[in-house]
Ligand binder design. Sequence first.
Ligand code: FES
Length: 352
Amino acid sequence: MTVFHRLNIAAIERDTPDAVAVTFSVPDALREQYHYRPGQHLTLKASIQGENLRRCYSICSSPDENTLKIGVKAIYEGRFSNFINQHLTVGDSLEVMIPQGQFGYQPEPNTQAHYLAIAAGSGITPLLSIIKATLQTETKSHFVLIYGNRNSRSVMFKKSIADLKNRFAQRFQVLYLFSQEQQDSELLSGRISQQQLNALGKTLLNFQQFDRAFICGPESMMDEVHDTLINYGMPKEFVHTERFNTSGIKFKPTSALATETRQVSIHLDGRTMNISMDSQDDSILDAALRQGADLPYACKGGVCATCKCKLRAGEVEMGVNYSLEPDQISDGYILSCQSWPKGDGVVLDFDV
Ligand code: FES
């Protein structure tokens, strides 16, 4: 259920000059609902300068810490992230959706494995949660983190990473790469790239040893790293990527260009609503919101899966999908923010 609750801000810690960690206070009555899997995110809702905005931010805490904390880096012209960095204070409250997201990993106490995390910038946020939870739960597993930043001042969660290194010295290795700060080793100078990973693979790391990898950062970096790891022989299903925003979300399926108005039925909260959609609408989600349906959504970019629903009848064409797994698609799930009806008779079920 993609519902929002108003949660108080329990703490705000300044992490870097342009990033903060925000801890929410979760009342006992909601604790169960806000239980999360390492790697998941929260969708926040707020009215900023008169506009209702939603944004997703990854959880950086791990479930065993018994806290709910996100990392938020202020981005250029990012209204929500700048609001959080500059104006939010302890004691304020925000509308917070219960944790969502397919990305992540649930550690198992009896598993013994080698994991790799590759992050750039604020991409560290969900990976930190996964690393903490895994090292804590799987007492024989190892983690290597490759973390790219412009320079040492822009490293997020430096102290948390150092604490983990102290606590799990034998099982946790960190390699910092800086693109705008000289390091002693050439291997660690520059952006994370195929070339840089190959150089690390010849010297410091054996990529064949990793059972599973987690990648989060800018899209171009993730694509390059993903392909490099596949080339090293990692099975695709064990290379997990988390996209914060996507540059390729403007693609529109040909069905979106249809000039006729299409009828779509929507099941939500036990009720059925009929909406009409024409070529002016960006997606079924947008058409439904325009007509008053309170459908769940966050990114509108095919990334978060908050808008997922089941196709009960008819046919749709989907734009980008960065969040649904192949088995979910075979089970009939679609992303309403990326779907257009191919004809009349489309029935979507959000109560699944
Ligand atoms: S709203 Fe995020 S995938 Fe549709």
